[in-house]
Design a protein around this ligand. Structure first.
Ligand code: AHR
Length: 339
């Protein structure tokens, strides 16, 4: 499982300091100064057991989502949570209505990964107005609408921009700084897709021998990734590298590349993000070059944050998860981290 660090960093997109303070506590979470405005206080969380917690999942179409949901199921009894779960089946409006119905049921705490940054921001404010505290996990919302520390307790998640940087750094090295790249983007409007693109594109822009020849969304889904790659391969037969925003789309791209009579890992270098078992197997097989891990195990972290918040501790506005990195040099000995 990924560890947490306590560094304070300026998040470029948020344009906001999210201070993380010193002491290394249980689960290695550091607590610093929250940014809640005194006159605009966050709702309180009762210390009762069981605590009724709403977890509103975005979809369940890949191993990453399944691992994330499982981590909440696994922690529930241990944390004293009675969890109400919903699945939005890939629909923003369903996720919004799922959350609204949890608000109507008066859950004690809401935890969810917002499918997209903008459509899911207003419901965070609705929860606050109803007196229900919110923890966002995995993806964040538009900070110009709802702000961590003011409108919800915190965002627990990876640095997606940094993931994009790490993927690009690997590709620059693997290709000797010369590549014609197809980028398979995640769900349009999701913070994970926006930031993974931003981070990757920033590094590529500094390498004149590297060009992104096409960039299109595959919606973080394997079959969509395969279909998009099939089309882009026909339009751009000169492609020498692929950056996929998640392992599932990379696995779809590998299928499309093989179907086109090319060899993934030889004719076309591929780099991706997630660190799923399927991605790691593809690295071991020499078809996928590298995968930056993106930890989906938020259940124990959300439990820890909620318990500390209920006791009145100050929570940093971003509890940052740090991620591993897999390529052929370490994939065999890292298999136990796959999911
Ligand atoms: O937000 C995290 C991304 O969403 C994961 O990379 C992906 O697999 C998931 O659907």
């Amino acid at each position: 499982m990924a560890s947490l660090n306590t560094q304070s960093r300026k998040h470029a997109r948020r344009q906001q300091n999210r201070p993380l303070a010193g002491s290394l506590l249980a689960l290695a979470i550091g607590f610093g100064v929250a940014t809640a405005h005194a006159d605009d206080a966050l709702p309180k969380l009762p210390t009762k057991t069981p605590l009724k917690v709403g977890f509103a999942q975005t979809e369940s179409n890949n191993p990453w989502r399944l691992a994330e949901t499982k981590s909440f199921k696994d922690i529930a009894a241990k944390c004293g949570w009675q969890v109400v779960m919903t699945d939005a089946n890939g629909s923003n409006s369903k996720q919004v209505s799922d959350i609204q119905s949890m608000i109507a049921q008066h859950v004690d705490l809401l935890v969810f990964p917002p499918r997209e940054e903008k459509p899911l921001a207003p419901v965070v404010l609705q929860a606050k107005k109803a007196g229900i505290p919110v923890i966002l996990v995995d993806r964040d919302v538009d900070q110009s609408v709802a702000k961590a520390g003011r409108d919800y307790i915190t965002f627990i998640g990876s640095d997606f921009i940094d993931q994009g940087h790490r993927a690009a750094d690997w590709l620059v090295k693997a290709t000797g700084g010369k590549a014609k790249i197809i980028e398979l983007e995640g769900t349009t409007g999701a913070s994970a897709a926006n930031d993974r693109k931003k981070g990757f594109d920033e590094i590529i822009a500094k390498n004149p021998g590297m060009t992104i020849i096409a960039s299109q969304s595959g919606d973080f889904a394997r079959d969509k990734g395969r279909q998009v790659m099939e089309t882009l391969l026909q339009a751009h037969p000169e492609v020498t590298a692929v950056y996929a925003h998640n392992d599932e789309m990379a696995l779809g791209a590998i299928a499309a590349i093989k179907a086109a009579g090319k060899q993934p890992g030889k004719d076309i270098q591929i780099v991706t993000i997630d660190g799923t078992k399927g991605g790691m197997d593809a690295i071991a097989a020499g078809e996928l070059g590298a995968s930056v891990q993106s930890s989906p195990f938020f259940g124990p972290l959300a439990c820890d944050v909620a318990q500390r918040y209920a006791k009145g501790e100050k929570i940093p506005t971003w509890v940052k998860v740090s991620d591993r990195f897999y390529d052929k040099s370490n994939v065999q000995q890292s298999m136990q981290y796959g999911y």
